[in-house]
Write a protein that binds this ligand. Structure first.
Ligand SMILES: Cc1cc2nc3c(=O)[nH]c(=O)nc-3n(C[C@H](O)[C@H](O)[C@H](O)COP(=O)(O)OP(=O)(O)OC[C@H]3O[C@@H](n4cnc5c(N)ncnc54)[C@H](O)[C@@H]3O)c2cc1C
Length: 387
């Protein structure tokens, strides 16, 4: 096995997990992280599927998982709420503890911000604003939403046409951690409440940490206004203990070339319908490490896209369509979901949203109902599946 020098930019969860997997096969990667500690600041609601916890179990401490979710309650302004129930479908993370446990026993150079990258005879020179320099045979960008490694790869390592065709959308998230004045306000300690509305591209969420602490967040350009109004309207009383802000990148981009690979948010390995990034990012880290082990780094882009590409493309299309629907159409869509909530419970997959869509296509009555509402959009959505 070749033991090239590997530099990983960004010690978020995906960078740390990639490094742990590389260590397991005999590499000794160097991580460079601009912050002075791993795990801060937190930019996440901390919802992941139980499957992902099984994946990273050997590396995380028990206190990284703080709650288990058995149900999602869906609220809209148009009709009575309904629930999608599935025992243990997701867990809530303490992201700080999750990240720090993934970062244990790794060589992490903290407080160093990578400022420029150069390539000379196949070797990368990584320079930091602190004046340090690192040489790498393989460069991994796990530097998140505003990835510098992504910018370098797209500009320098792929052809001009692919670069021009690369399109990225950014969404803005805001979340408060609220300690309730009256804990009896929290009636659903194992339920995530999700609120859809006409003017919000994603949704507003209430995630219970425990019987006293809630995470209330929204993805919206006007996050503060929307969230403050929501808290007022729902009459949620308590102290704001923490504020989380962050961006979510949605797109489908080239992610490996000439000894460079992107993973996690840097690679836009995000579920476009919910903004969740941990699942595909962590699973793609494993795919990358397998490629490195086999000396096939250049295959990484193709291999992870074989697993999640269709899902991300479907999600991007579905998101664009959802954003175009007006209030009446969204009302009809949620009515359809509500009428079929038993069916959704049976087939829904937390990490693979298109599975539900594929199952709908097996049921002519549902296709007809969905077709009335979504008309030509349905054909557009099906494009990736039935070519
Ligand atoms: C409000 C909000 C809520 C979310 N909720 C969820 C959720 O419930 N579930 C879920 O799965 N996902 C969620 N996400 C997405 C999730 O947080 C990300 O997908 C996840 O953090 C990606 O991990 P990462 O390691 O790829 O990137 P990051 O966690 O962003 O880590 C990147 C690291 O790189 C470092 N870095 C960046 N540039 C440099 C540089 N030039 N030099 C050195 N270091 C650098 C950063 O400091 C950071 O530590 C949410 C996002 C937001 C904004």
């Amino acid at each position: 096995m070749g033991k090239g020098r590997i530099v990983i930019v960004g010690a978020g969860p995906v960078g740390c997990y990639t490094a742990q997997l590389l260590k397991k096969i005999g590499y000794n990667p160097i991580l460079i992280e601009e912050h002075i500690e791993v795990g801060k600041p937190v930019q996440c609601a901390g919802i992941v599927s139980s499957d992902i916890i099984s994946l990273v179990k050997p590396f995380i401490t028990d206190d990284a998982v703080i709650n288990t979710i058995n149900s999602f309650s869906i609220y809209t302004p148009w009709e009575e709420s309904f629930a999608i129930k599935k025992e243990g479908v997701a867990v809530i993370l303490n992201r700080e503890k999750f990240d720090t446990s993934l970062g244990k026993d790794l060589e992490i150079h903290l407080g160093e911000k990578v400022s420029s990258l150069e390539q000379n005879n196949g070797i990368y020179l990584v320079k930091t604003t602190q004046g340090k320099e690192y040489e790498a045979d393989i460069l991994i960008g796990t530097d998140g939403v505003d990835s510098l490694v992504r910018e370098y790869l797209l500009q320098k390592c792929i052809d001009k046409k692919s670069y021009r065709n690369t399109k990225l959308d950014y969404y803005f998230g805001l979340q408060y951690q609220i300690e309730l004045s009256d804990p009896s306000q929290l009636l659903h300690a194992n339920v995530i409440q999700v609120f859809f509305d006409e003017d919000i591209p994603f949704f507003t969420w209430i995630v219970p940490e425990n019987s006293q602490l809630l995470r209330i967040g929204v993805v919206s350009e006007q996050g503060k206004k929307v969230l403050d109004r929501f808290i007022r309207e729902k009459n949620i009383k308590g102290k704001i203990r923490g504020i989380v802000t962050g961006k979510i990148p949605v797109g489908f981009i080239p992610t490996s070339s000439q000894g460079i690979a992107l993973v996690g948010d840097a690679a836009c390995q995000i579920k476009p319908l919910t903004g969740g990034g941990l699942s595909y990012g962590l699973q793609s880290a494993q795919i990358l490490v397998d490629c490195i082990k086999e000396g096939e780094l250049e295959q990484y882009d193709e291999r992870w896209k074989k697993k999640f590409g269709q899902e991300i493309r479907f999600g991007i299309r579905a998101r664009k369509i959802y954003e175009k629907l007006d209030g009446n159409q969204r009302a009809e869509l949620f009515q359809l979901f509500k009428n079929n909530s038993d069916f959704i419970e049976q087939v829904v997959d937390f990490d693979n949203h298109s599975k539900l869509f594929k199952e709908v296509f097996q049921r002519p009555k549902l296709v007809l109902e969905a077709g009335k509402l979504l008309k030509h959009y349905l054909q557009e959505l099906a494009r990736d599946f039935f070519k």
